[in-house]
Design a protein. Structure first.
Length: 202
Protein backbone atom coordinates (compact mmCIF):
# COMPACT_ATOMS: atom_id res chain seq x y z
CA UNK A 1 0.00 0.00 0.00
CA UNK A 2 2.76 2.42 0.91
CA UNK A 3 4.50 2.04 -2.42
CA UNK A 4 1.33 3.00 -4.27
CA UNK A 5 0.89 6.11 -2.17
CA UNK A 6 4.53 6.98 -2.81
CA UNK A 7 4.02 6.52 -6.53
CA UNK A 8 0.98 8.79 -6.41
CA UNK A 9 2.84 11.48 -4.50
CA UNK A 10 5.64 11.44 -7.06
CA UNK A 11 3.08 11.72 -9.85
CA UNK A 12 1.37 14.69 -8.24
CA UNK A 13 4.73 16.40 -7.74
CA UNK A 14 5.62 15.93 -11.40
CA UNK A 15 2.23 17.30 -12.37
CA UNK A 16 2.69 20.36 -10.16
CA UNK A 17 6.00 21.27 -11.77
CA UNK A 18 4.79 20.45 -15.26
CA UNK A 19 3.58 24.03 -15.81
CA UNK A 20 6.48 25.69 -14.01
CA UNK A 21 8.85 27.67 -16.21
CA UNK A 22 12.49 27.36 -15.31
CA UNK A 23 14.87 30.27 -15.89
CA UNK A 24 15.89 30.35 -19.54
CA UNK A 25 18.45 32.58 -21.25
CA UNK A 26 18.49 33.81 -24.83
CA UNK A 27 21.28 35.67 -26.60
CA UNK A 28 21.65 37.56 -29.84
CA UNK A 29 24.02 40.10 -31.39
CA UNK A 30 24.28 42.74 -34.09
CA UNK A 31 27.83 42.43 -35.39
CA UNK A 32 28.03 44.88 -38.28
CA UNK A 33 30.40 47.79 -37.41
CA UNK A 34 28.30 50.97 -37.30
CA UNK A 35 29.83 54.46 -37.36
CA UNK A 36 28.59 57.47 -35.42
CA UNK A 37 29.72 60.94 -36.45
CA UNK A 38 30.86 63.55 -33.93
CA UNK A 39 28.42 65.45 -31.73
CA UNK A 40 25.24 63.59 -32.72
CA UNK A 41 24.35 60.79 -35.12
CA UNK A 42 21.56 58.21 -35.49
CA UNK A 43 21.54 54.64 -36.77
CA UNK A 44 18.77 52.05 -37.01
CA UNK A 45 19.46 48.36 -36.56
CA UNK A 46 17.69 45.03 -36.02
CA UNK A 47 18.90 42.49 -33.49
CA UNK A 48 17.66 38.88 -33.41
CA UNK A 49 17.37 36.51 -30.45
CA UNK A 50 17.54 32.96 -31.75
CA UNK A 51 14.66 30.80 -30.54
CA UNK A 52 12.85 33.52 -28.61
CA UNK A 53 9.08 33.87 -28.84
CA UNK A 54 7.70 36.87 -26.97
CA UNK A 55 4.27 35.25 -26.73
CA UNK A 56 5.64 32.40 -24.59
CA UNK A 57 8.07 34.14 -22.26
CA UNK A 58 8.27 37.08 -19.89
CA UNK A 59 11.58 38.91 -19.51
CA UNK A 60 12.92 39.21 -15.97
CA UNK A 61 16.36 40.62 -16.72
CA UNK A 62 18.35 41.83 -19.70
CA UNK A 63 21.81 43.17 -20.53
CA UNK A 64 22.93 44.99 -23.66
CA UNK A 65 26.70 44.95 -24.16
CA UNK A 66 28.36 47.29 -26.64
CA UNK A 67 31.90 47.02 -27.99
CA UNK A 68 33.30 50.30 -29.30
CA UNK A 69 36.37 51.60 -31.14
CA UNK A 70 37.77 54.80 -32.66
CA UNK A 71 37.36 55.38 -36.41
CA UNK A 72 40.92 56.67 -36.96
CA UNK A 73 42.91 55.50 -33.97
CA UNK A 74 42.86 56.46 -30.29
CA UNK A 75 44.83 59.69 -30.66
CA UNK A 76 42.52 61.50 -33.07
CA UNK A 77 39.61 62.57 -30.86
CA UNK A 78 40.84 62.78 -27.30
CA UNK A 79 38.80 64.90 -24.91
CA UNK A 80 35.36 63.84 -26.11
CA UNK A 81 32.82 61.97 -24.03
CA UNK A 82 30.66 59.25 -25.56
CA UNK A 83 27.07 58.17 -25.04
CA UNK A 84 24.78 55.74 -26.82
CA UNK A 85 21.03 56.29 -26.35
CA UNK A 86 18.93 53.19 -26.97
CA UNK A 87 15.30 53.27 -28.11
CA UNK A 88 13.11 50.42 -29.36
CA UNK A 89 10.13 50.11 -31.69
CA UNK A 90 6.86 48.87 -30.15
CA UNK A 91 4.21 47.04 -32.21
CA UNK A 92 1.87 49.41 -33.99
CA UNK A 93 4.04 52.47 -33.36
CA UNK A 94 4.36 55.10 -36.06
CA UNK A 95 7.48 55.61 -38.13
CA UNK A 96 8.76 58.32 -35.79
CA UNK A 97 7.51 56.81 -32.54
CA UNK A 98 10.18 55.15 -30.42
CA UNK A 99 10.23 53.93 -26.83
CA UNK A 100 13.31 55.09 -24.95
CA UNK A 101 14.93 52.19 -23.07
CA UNK A 102 18.14 53.59 -21.58
CA UNK A 103 21.65 54.75 -22.35
CA UNK A 104 25.26 53.68 -22.22
CA UNK A 105 26.98 56.72 -20.79
CA UNK A 106 30.31 55.37 -19.59
CA UNK A 107 31.67 54.30 -22.93
CA UNK A 108 35.41 53.77 -22.92
CA UNK A 109 36.17 53.71 -26.61
CA UNK A 110 38.71 51.02 -27.41
CA UNK A 111 38.23 49.32 -24.05
CA UNK A 112 37.96 45.53 -24.32
CA UNK A 113 35.14 45.59 -21.77
CA UNK A 114 32.96 48.03 -23.72
CA UNK A 115 29.89 49.22 -21.85
CA UNK A 116 26.56 47.76 -20.79
CA UNK A 117 22.91 48.71 -20.43
CA UNK A 118 20.81 46.68 -18.01
CA UNK A 119 17.65 46.94 -15.98
CA UNK A 120 17.53 50.18 -13.98
CA UNK A 121 13.74 50.48 -13.76
CA UNK A 122 12.31 46.96 -13.41
CA UNK A 123 8.73 48.17 -13.23
CA UNK A 124 8.63 48.88 -16.98
CA UNK A 125 11.87 48.17 -18.89
CA UNK A 126 11.60 44.34 -19.11
CA UNK A 127 7.92 44.61 -20.03
CA UNK A 128 8.39 47.01 -22.93
CA UNK A 129 11.41 45.09 -24.19
CA UNK A 130 9.34 41.91 -24.29
CA UNK A 131 6.58 43.82 -26.06
CA UNK A 132 9.02 45.20 -28.62
CA UNK A 133 10.41 41.76 -29.47
CA UNK A 134 8.31 40.23 -32.20
CA UNK A 135 7.25 36.59 -31.95
CA UNK A 136 10.29 35.56 -33.99
CA UNK A 137 12.66 37.35 -31.60
CA UNK A 138 13.51 40.38 -33.77
CA UNK A 139 14.13 43.74 -32.07
CA UNK A 140 14.11 46.99 -34.08
CA UNK A 141 16.28 49.65 -32.45
CA UNK A 142 17.16 53.32 -32.78
CA UNK A 143 20.70 54.15 -31.61
CA UNK A 144 21.74 57.76 -31.00
CA UNK A 145 25.44 58.48 -30.60
CA UNK A 146 26.57 61.58 -28.71
CA UNK A 147 30.09 62.98 -28.36
CA UNK A 148 33.03 62.35 -30.65
CA UNK A 149 33.29 59.96 -33.58
CA UNK A 150 33.14 56.33 -32.60
CA UNK A 151 32.26 52.94 -34.02
CA UNK A 152 29.89 50.44 -32.50
CA UNK A 153 31.63 47.18 -33.41
CA UNK A 154 29.05 44.89 -31.82
CA UNK A 155 25.89 45.15 -29.77
CA UNK A 156 24.78 41.98 -27.99
CA UNK A 157 21.70 41.27 -25.92
CA UNK A 158 21.18 38.61 -23.26
CA UNK A 159 17.82 38.13 -21.59
CA UNK A 160 16.67 35.87 -18.78
CA UNK A 161 13.08 34.63 -18.55
CA UNK A 162 11.37 32.64 -15.82
CA UNK A 163 7.64 32.83 -16.47
CA UNK A 164 5.70 30.88 -19.03
CA UNK A 165 2.42 32.15 -20.43
CA UNK A 166 1.09 28.61 -20.68
CA UNK A 167 1.04 26.70 -17.38
CA UNK A 168 -0.50 23.59 -19.02
CA UNK A 169 0.87 20.35 -17.52
CA UNK A 170 3.12 18.28 -19.75
CA UNK A 171 1.65 15.02 -21.18
CA UNK A 172 4.24 12.95 -19.33
CA UNK A 173 3.06 14.39 -16.01
CA UNK A 174 -0.55 13.50 -16.80
CA UNK A 175 0.49 9.94 -17.68
CA UNK A 176 2.28 9.57 -14.35
CA UNK A 177 -0.71 10.84 -12.41
CA UNK A 178 -3.06 8.56 -14.31
CA UNK A 179 -0.83 5.57 -13.65
CA UNK A 180 -0.79 6.33 -9.93
CA UNK A 181 -4.57 6.60 -9.75
CA UNK A 182 -5.02 3.35 -11.67
CA UNK A 183 -2.63 1.60 -9.29
CA UNK A 184 -4.59 2.76 -6.24
CA UNK A 185 -7.88 1.68 -7.85
CA UNK A 186 -6.56 -1.81 -8.58
CA UNK A 187 -5.22 -2.14 -5.05
CA UNK A 188 -8.59 -1.13 -3.62
CA UNK A 189 -10.45 -3.77 -5.64
CA UNK A 190 -7.96 -6.47 -4.60
CA UNK A 191 -8.61 -5.71 -0.93
CA UNK A 192 -12.40 -5.57 -1.28
CA UNK A 193 -12.85 -8.79 -3.27
CA UNK A 194 -10.67 -11.59 -1.89
CA UNK A 195 -10.30 -14.81 -3.88
CA UNK A 196 -11.96 -17.95 -2.44
CA UNK A 197 -14.45 -16.10 -0.24
CA UNK A 198 -18.08 -15.28 -0.76
CA UNK A 199 -18.13 -12.17 1.33
CA UNK A 200 -16.94 -8.65 1.02
CA UNK A 201 -14.22 -7.60 3.41
CA UNK A 202 -15.03 -4.73 5.68
Amino acid sequence: MKKYFLFLLVSVFCLSIGGTAWATSFEGAFSEPTSFAAYYDVNYIQLSLNGYDSSQYTIDDFTFTGMFSYPDGPDTIKGYYYQLLVSIKLPGAGADDWQWLGQMQNIQVGSPAGDTLGVTEPDWQPRVLNEALSEDGVLTMKLEGCGGDFILDELSLKITTSESSSPVPEPASLVLLGSGLMGLTCLRFRRIIKPGRNRIAV
